[in-house]
Design a protein around this ligand. Structure first.
Ligand code: NI
Length: 181
């Protein structure tokens, strides 16, 4: 894997930590809520591991996009802020990873995937890692239908982006298979 900068990593980590401050997500049972940064940390760690399978990848780009991947979708952060702080290539990657809320819900993932495939492979890797982390467990309040739809959507992500990284693709495939079992 290519060399990467701890300073670039630290800057993105701190930006994300502040942006997501106070946000939580549901655990396996009603008494568990995780700080949102837990998800960010796990996605980034997965990307870091995946980078070993793609030595030619730009590790700084992959890691910064991973750390920032939910800042546009889930926080008041703007594209212009990201571009000013981290450059246009990172901001474009994060934008592609963000759903367009103006579209009907069922079309949002297909639209995001269509924009991700026009981005560098480092951005594809983040989406593979993101969904693998999201499939770690079923949130306690999800219905069987929601679980089934999430697996179908996971398979669409895998089929569309698997060429980016064999290790991340394999891990996502395993998570889809075991989800909800
Ligand atoms: Ni995410």
């Amino acid at each position: 894997m290519s060399a990467w900068s701890i300073e670039a990593y630290e800057k993105a980590w701190q930006f994300a930590a502040l942006a997501h401050k106070g946000q939580t997500y549901k655990g396996r049972t009603p008494d568990i809520n995780y700080d949102y940064i837990t998800h960010i940390g796990m996605v980034t760690t997965r990307v870091l591991q995946g980078l070993r399978a793609t030595p030619e990848a730009n590790a700084d780009l992959a890691l910064q996009c991973a750390l920032l991947h939910d800042t546009l979708e889930d926080t008041p952060t703007t594209y212009e802020q990201l571009a000013a702080e981290f450059g246009r290539v990172v901001a474009d990657g994060v934008l592609a990873l963000s759903k367009n809320p103006d579209l009907p819900r069922p079309e949002q993932m297909k639209d995001s995937l269509a924009r991700i495939v026009q981005q560098p492979k480092e951005v594809w890797m983040v989406k593979l890692a993101d969904r693998a982390d999201n499939l770690q467990y079923v949130p306690w309040n999800w219905t069987a239908e929601r679980i089934a739809n999430y697996k179908i959507e996971g398979q669409l992500i895998l089929d569309t982006l698997k060429a980016a990284n064999a290790l991340l693709a394999q891990q996502l495939a395993e998570r889809i298979k075991q989800y909800g079992q």
